[in-house]
Design a protein. Sequence first.
Length: 215
Amino acid sequence: MNILIMGGPGAGKGTMSAKIVEQYNVNHISTGDIFREEISSGSALGQEAKTYIDQGLLVPDEITNAMVKDYLEHLPDLKSGYLLDGYPRTLDQAKAFDALSKDSAMAVDVVIAMEIPFAALAERISGRRLCKSCGAIYHIHANPSKQEGVCDVCGSALYQRKDDTVESLQVRLQEYTRQTQPVLDFYEAKGLVKHINADQPIEAVWASVVGALKD
Ligand code: ADP
Ligand code: AMP
């Protein structure tokens, strides 16, 4: 099954992705995670992407499309499909990905749209903590680690994303409305979108996602 998961910054895409990957044996491809890995490794791609990411802006389409194409072509194991998290995020990306994937085993089967009022996102973003080693996602109130600042899964230190500030969130929300909302309309016209109420406790959101993937 080939899945796209969409939603504003902090809607819970990464949290649901971890659960989907565990249950459905799909390749999790998060463009945000790939960019952060490129930044950590100090690559030329990472250095270029960083200038946009630090400001909350989207990385230009040519860079992002080429990166995703390359990533997909080099997947060591196709597994039972993919879960694309954070891509496509502009209409141009959606069209480029459509041209690449349609009429093939890569075609999108379902789009999970995580819906939540923008007003709820500042609390999610400001409380988010991540494990640098294994990527596990926590929230200081909604989903805290057992020991503050330490990952339950692997024992490594947790960190806060540099772009998880209220200022950056404002820019990311504007980018979402201007650039990503049209992507949802694009897939809506194809009849692929399943709407999920993401403004519920994690387990309730998960139950809705499982229900949507069953239909
Ligand atoms: P995204 O990948 O969409 O940016 P994340 O999955 O990283 O979002 O979630 C953002 C923050 O909100 C994290 O700190 C996460 O633990 C928390 N979170 C995710 N889903 C929920 C939920 N249903 N209720 C409360 N907090 C949540
Ligand atoms: P995320 O981890 O999904 O919140 O993404 C973090 C940042 O990476 C975004 O604010 C963008 O700057 C960049 N990014 C991630 N995915 C994309 C994409 N598909 N297109 C452009 N920029 C992206």
